[in-house]
Ligand binder design. Sequence first.
Ligand code: B16
Ligand code: MG
Length: 218
Amino acid sequence: MQAVLFDLDGVITDTAKYHFQAWKRLASTLSISIDERFNERLKGVSRMDSLKRILEYGGLSNHHFTSIQLEQMAEQKNNDYRQLIQGITPKELLPGISELLTALRSKGIKIALASASKNGPFILERLKIDTFFDSVVDPAKLRKGKPDPEIFLTAAAQLGIDPKECAGIEDSVAGIESILAAGMFAVGVGVPENIGAHFRVASTTELTIDALFSHFKH
Ligand code: B16
Ligand code: MG
């Protein structure tokens, strides 16, 4: 194992609650009501695809809107979301993540971010962990989102590491599929049993460097 590729939301920190608040507000302007259960379907999904899922859920086809209107709605959600994440502090790191980053660094293992979020770099800075990352994938440059392997393969390529030597850590089903399709070792946080993750943990506290090394297989 020469590199660990991290998802952000649900692995490093819980930004899902802020995404939910911002989407809920946008949806209410369209008379659509979303709940936390529906929010599960937005995890790991890009901003525009999330908006399309919300419109569909509310019985509104995205074809009713011009692309400019869709962009405006996505921007409005992002402005609200940006306000909500301004106050993030290192206290919002999920348990065990800080220790894992420190241990990986001390062993010379490369670290990259493979998040669908365009706000990823800002959040890493707010959490004061940006200096641990050797590389961050820019999701704006990708052709396909998770479950396509592109994001994880791009992270490995940016690091110059063979995908077989990479472990990817994800909390979403689409994310695990993306890691598996990239030919990497897939670590799932709270993911269902039947999706093929190589190593599953219930909580990020179980993500120790020893656990990763002892389960890692090519
Ligand atoms: P943004 P991840 C994903 O993060 C979130 O889970 C998803 O809810 C969000 O829509 C997506 O990032 C895009 O985020 O609007 O900030 O660009 O799990 O891939 O780290
Ligand atoms: Mg996630």
